[in-house]
Design a binder for this molecule. Structure first.
Ligand code: GTP
Ligand code: MG
Ligand code: ZN
Length: 361
């Protein structure tokens, strides 16, 4: 693709954005898509090619919440200042967004990427393979508006592949699963079905699972730095350090992400019910409407475990995530209450206390 003469539709522009852009067009602004975020600088793809952008003072002022600032994948309204520079005046509404809780902070949402059509949740089929982590990713993606797909990499060094796939089918019966070996370039071609013109795919997964290796194979050359993993536990070393929207020669775009250190939920109860729809379905048959499925009589969930229809581990993970979400919601509500009461005076003290109680995997 000619980077100096981009076809906007090839990088995801469509009627939705066209509609939302109308008022900015009248002001003489042009659309651009964020491909990279540095500290205060943004790299943008526009019809005239790559441009370096900065945020207008007004947008910075208005973006009181962090999640209103542009992220990789966003479409923005841009005022051209020169051949290579522009000012970002507005972020267009997002079709999808992927957020998590700000690491370490109490309850702040952080949008990481936007306008993604499909998320590949990448796992390594080595010792690092972890069903519960995949479940957690599925929950985050289910809220994003993007479609999740499971990509199992490192097939070349896997033993017991069929068992793992069966395990996955139990937790995610309707999610497509692809087994690949990026290293040997096997199975990677199947992934093109998610790419096509204007389509954006994001790769998510722990450090060392091979996200950048997959990206390089799809690109056809080694653009992304690839790192080694620790042999004894297959953990990666956080080789990719920033995210970037990359245009593929065969069409479509991918966002190679850094491996996430801390995957904390930012979610509502309904997401947990989407991912655990089997438990949700069972719970409608519980005797009590507000059954917690812990020790109430007539609990259909517990009965299903007893009858071997529901996996005990899955049930335990469900309870664990549920508890984490309840805790998060108490934190959110609690913080609002404290803020109202003290008008912000003692929040840092409160934050310290809840920070200590943070749940970890
Ligand atoms: N055996 C095997 N190793 C692979 C495969 N794909 C990637 N690797 C290796 O796994 C290691 C990590 O790969 P990366 O692509 O850097 O992983 P990443 O997910 O991008 O990691 P971060 O950037 O740290 O998040 C490298 O040593 C790769 O060579 C595969 O299919 N099989
Ligand atoms: Mg990487
Ligand atoms: Zn119950």
């Amino acid at each position: 693709m000619d980077i100096f003469n981009l076809d906007l539709e090839a990088i995801g522009w469509d009627f939705f954005f066209e509609d939302n852009f109308a008022k900015y067009k009248e002001e003489g602004l042009i659309p651009g898509r964020i491909s990279e975020v540095q500290l205060k600088n943004f790299v943008l793809l526009t019809k005239n090619g790559e441009i370096e952008g900065r945020i207008s003072g007004k947008l910075r002022f208005e973006a009181d919440e962090k999640n209103k600032l542009p992220v990789v994948g966003d479409w923005v309204a841009l005022k051209i200042e020169s051949n290579t520079k522009g000012t970002i005046h507005a972020v267009l509404p997002r079709k999808s967004k992927f957020s998590r809780k700000v690491p370490g902070k109490v309850t702040e949402e952080q949008v990481m990427i936007s306008n993604v059509d499909t998320v590949w949740i990448v796992s390594g089929l080595d010792q690092d393979f972890n069903i519960q982590r995949i479940e957690r990713y599925l929950m985050l993606v289910s809220k994003s508006g993007a479609k999740p797909v499971l990509v199992l990499n490192k097939a070349d060094i896997c033993i017991g592949l069929e068992d793992r796939i069966q395990e996955l089918k139990k937790i995610a019966p309707t999610i497509p699963i692809h087994t690949v070996s990026a290293e040997l370039n096997e199975g990677v071609g199947e992934l093109y079905q998610y790419l096509g013109k204007g389509k954006t795919v994001a790769l998510l997964g722990s450090s060392g699972v091979g996200k950048s290796t997959i990206t390089n194979k799809l690109l056809g050359f080694n653009r992304q730095k690839v790192g080694s993993v620790r042999e004894w536990d297959s953990h990666g070393r956080h080789i990719t350090t920033f995210r970037e929207l990359i245009i593929l020669p065969k069409g479509g775009m991918i966002i190679d992400n850094p491996g996430m250190r801390e995957l904390q939920l930012w979610s509502e109860d309904e997401d947990i019910n989407q991912v655990f729809d089997d438990i949700e379905l069972l719970s409608r048959q519980c005797k009590f409407r507000d059954c917690s499925h812990r020790n109430e009589p007539g609990c259909a969930v517990k009965n299903a475990i007893r009858d071997g229809k529901l996996d005990l581990r899955r049930y335990e993970h469900y309870l664990k995530l549920k508890k984490e979400l309840e805790f998060l919601s108490i934190k959110q509500n609690g913080l609002t209450r404290v803020a109202e009461k003290t008008r912000g005076k003692n929040i840092s003290k409160y934050a310290k206390v809840v920070g200590k109680l943070k749940t970890r995997e």
